[in-house]
Design a protein around this ligand. Structure first.
Ligand code: HEC
Ligand code: HEC
Ligand SMILES: [Cu+2]
Length: 402
């Protein structure tokens, strides 16, 4: 199949041009004829009618048959091209699209879910559409495809992207407060890139943690935000350690934000209603399993987890290797190799000590390097005030392994 065509867009454009072309031609012809006759037979020149024809069989037959034929060709042309939009080519890749307030979710054959629609170039893609809550409409202008997304009903569209790139996807059915933000993209990748993405995933070490991914996956961020940018629901960043004013069974209460409260807020949002917000949050049952829910709750309570911090990367990025070696060779500072099992002879305020290298010692050595100076080395190690406790812990963990 020729990868450079955009078949659905061509089908729609051809019919549009055909119908618009005929309409423009007729409009022009009728307007020109009218003006010509008005000027030619104006009253000052012909005060009396010049003819009183009472019918002409041929003329009437032609102006009845010709427009009928034109309209029928329009129908035929539109119908065959419409069939092209409905008949999905064989071998199309299927992706499921779910519309919900107020984001799209895409699900692939291997169970992967994303917020953007990833697809390979030049291959027919069938998008099976449905909705979770209210009417939405799946619309990709570049491919001229649009279909309602209806709860409890399956609809579909198909397309074949002619070029690698990013194509807008909109919701074309007013579905509430966040409707205008229900925007995402179809990311068209080269066949190799798509294959890699599909089989290996693109979750880089620096990407969002799993907790955050789950929030995206389940569409929580369609209503909630992290920075107060959404007025539809609470921003997540203020939740931790606060007290919330809620209505529980018609009674006003103040509750502590803890795992228990968050679990209830997600499983049964109707039970405790946060003041000042409408009761529109859907209840999340089976679609979030217990493990994922725990992950979400931990994330909401603690933010990004330190497991997502890569100690080795920090060691590299912070220039530690400019002064420390990892292969046992000598350098400006003590080598990192075997550090975990060593004892260090250090000087602390004129005292000479022999200290076992453990996590506690390493943390001190990095935080406050000039407090204890390793014997035989100059006191030139810079302090690392910009590193957070979690980052230092990640570095220490790595150093103990070396
Ligand atoms: C359709 C919009 C919508 C979606 C989608 C949504 N929420 Fe909500 N959420 C709300 C609204 C509105 C409230 C406040 C009213 C209430 O308590 O139900 C709320 C309240 C909450 C609360 C309590 C917040 C507080 O201020 O104490 C938590 C926690 C929460 N949502 C988590 C989630 C999680 C996790 C998801 C995804 C699994 C999610 N929400 C999806 C609209 C939404
Ligand atoms: C400008 C050179 C320099 C840089 C950059 C540097 N260090 Fe050091 N470091 C030293 C020197 C010199 C010593 C030994 C003297 C002392 O204890 O201050 C040392 C000591 C240490 C020790 C104690 C080692 C022992 O044998 O007891 C640790 C642990 C350490 N550095 C970790 C780090 C880490 C982690 C980084 C990066 C965040 C770093 N250093 C960056 C020069 C440096
Ligand atoms: Cu919508």
């Amino acid at each position: 199949m020729n990868p450079l065509v955009n078949p659905t867009a061509q089908a729609v454009d051809n019919v549009l041009i055909y119908i618009f072309g005929f309409s423009a031609l007729l409009l022009l012809g009728i307007t020109v004829a009218t003006i010509y006759l008005v000027v030619k037979y104006r009253r000052s020149k012909y005060p009396e009618p010049t003819s009183d024809s009472h019918g002409n069989m041929w003329l009437e037959a032609i102006w009845t048959l010709l427009p009928t034929l034109i309209v029928l060709t329009m129908f035929w042309y539109g119908w065959t091209n419409y069939l092209g939009l409905r008949n999905v080519p064989e071998g199309a890749m299927e992706v499921k699209a779910v519309g919900r307030m107020w984001s799209w979710q895409f699900e692939y054959g291997n169970g992967r879910t994303t917020n953007k629609l990833y697809a390979p170039i030049g291959k027919p893609i069938k998008v099976n559409i449905t909705a979770k809550d209210v009417l939405h409409s799946f619309y990709i202008p570049a491919f001229r495809i649009k279909s309602d997304a209806v709860p409890g009903m399956d609809t579909y569209v198909w397309f074949q992207a002619p070029e690698v790139g990013s194509y807008d996807i909109f919701c074309a059915e007013f579905c509430g407060t966040g409707h205008a933000d229900m925007i995402t993209t179809a990311e068209i990748l080269s066949t190799e890139d798509f294959e890699r993405w599909y089989t290996e995933g693109d979750v880089a070490a620096t990407g969002p943690s799993r907790g955050k991914q789950l929030l995206e996956k389940h569409g929580c961020l369609g209503c909630h935000s992290f920075d107060g940018s959404s007025s539809i629901a609470t921003t997540f960043d203020i939740l931790k350690g606060t007290k919330r004013k809620i209505m529980s069974d018609g009674v006003e209460k103040e509750v502590e934000v803890d795992a228990e409260y968050l679990r209830r807020s997600i499983r049964a949002p109707g039970a405790d209603l946060v003041e000042g917000f409408p009761p529109i949050m859907p209840a999340y049952g089976d679609e979030i399993n217990e493990a994922d829910l725990d992950e979400i709750i931990t994330f909401l309570l603690n933010g990004e987890q330190k497991t997502s911090i890569n100690g080795n990367k920090l060691i590299e990025e912070n220039g530690c290797l400019g002064c420390h070696s990892t292969d046992g060779s000598s350098s400006i500072g003590p080598g990192f190799k075997g550090l975990g099992g060593r004892t260090s002879e250090v000087k602390r305020e004129d005292q000479e000590l022999e200290l076992k290298v453990d996590a506690e010692y390493l943390r001190r050595a990095i935080r406050d390097p000039n407090h204890e100076i390793v014997e035989g080395y100059p006191a030139i190690m810079p302090s690392n005030d910009h590193l957070s406790d979690e980052e230092i812990d990640a570095i220490v963990e790595e150093l103990l392994k070396k």
